[in-house]
Design a protein. Structure first.
Length: 202
């Protein structure tokens, strides 16, 4: 047995003696340190995960277990716990509630099947593909303006644009573009918000 194998077995025996909770805790601490060094302007609470290609302006805050992937976030916007957003351009001074889901990709309803094996050769969720070329755009960018408030457990579908000052009520499902300074309640019913000043300087 060579020295490297002996070292490996010694390390494994050491790790096996450590409770899994401690290993998980150390990984969490290490990742938190990585976030602080990679994104120094961001305050991220425990469990938050950020992809390396995200961009942030100053003062952004992430609640517990927030996941951001391929996102650009303007200054002083914040995300409450357990929200997951992907492929989003988010403006300044936005308030993102808890459990918000945005940019989780789409499935076609006009193809022979909704399974990615029939329209996406490189989808990691599928272990098989019947085609060689991409036949459907699964992920389109979401654009969220400045001073937008998105309530708890809202869902925003891919490709949607939300204008400055809009309010998305809790539990709403946003399937189409939202004009600036409108409130969206009851899953898509638009009410014009006339009490807000739409001349903010962002």
């Amino acid at each position: 047995m060579d020295i490297s194998m002996r070292k490996f077995k010694l390390l494994m025996s050491f790790i096996e003696g450590i409770p899994r909770e401690i290993i998980a805790l150390n990984r969490g601490i290490a990742y938190s340190y990585y976030i602080k060094t990679r994104f120094p302007s961001v305050i991220a609470n425990a469990g938050s995960i950020i992809s390396d290609d995200c961009l942030f302006e100053e003062g952004v805050r992430l609640g517990e277990n927030v996941r951001l992937s391929h996102c650009k976030v303007g200054r002083y916007s914040y995300f409450a716990r357990d929200s997951q957003l992907s492929n989003c351009n988010i403006g300044r001074f936005c308030s993102i509630g808890a459990d918000v889901l945005a940019g989780l990709s789409m499935h076609p309803t006009h193809k022979v099947s909704t399974h990615p094996a029939f329209y996406s050769p490189n989808n990691p969720a599928s272990r098989i593909a019947f085609i060689k070329e991409q036949l459907f755009d699964e992920a389109s960018p979401i654009n969220i303006g400045n001073d937008v408030w998105i309530g708890t457990r809202s869902i925003i579908l891919d490709g949607v644009s939300i204008g400055d000052g809009a309010v998305i009520a809790a539990g709403a499902v946003v399937t189409k573009n939202i004009s600036p300074y409108k409130i969206i309640v009851d899953k898509g019913t638009a009410i014009i918000l006339v009490t807000r000043n739409n001349k903010g300087n962002w």
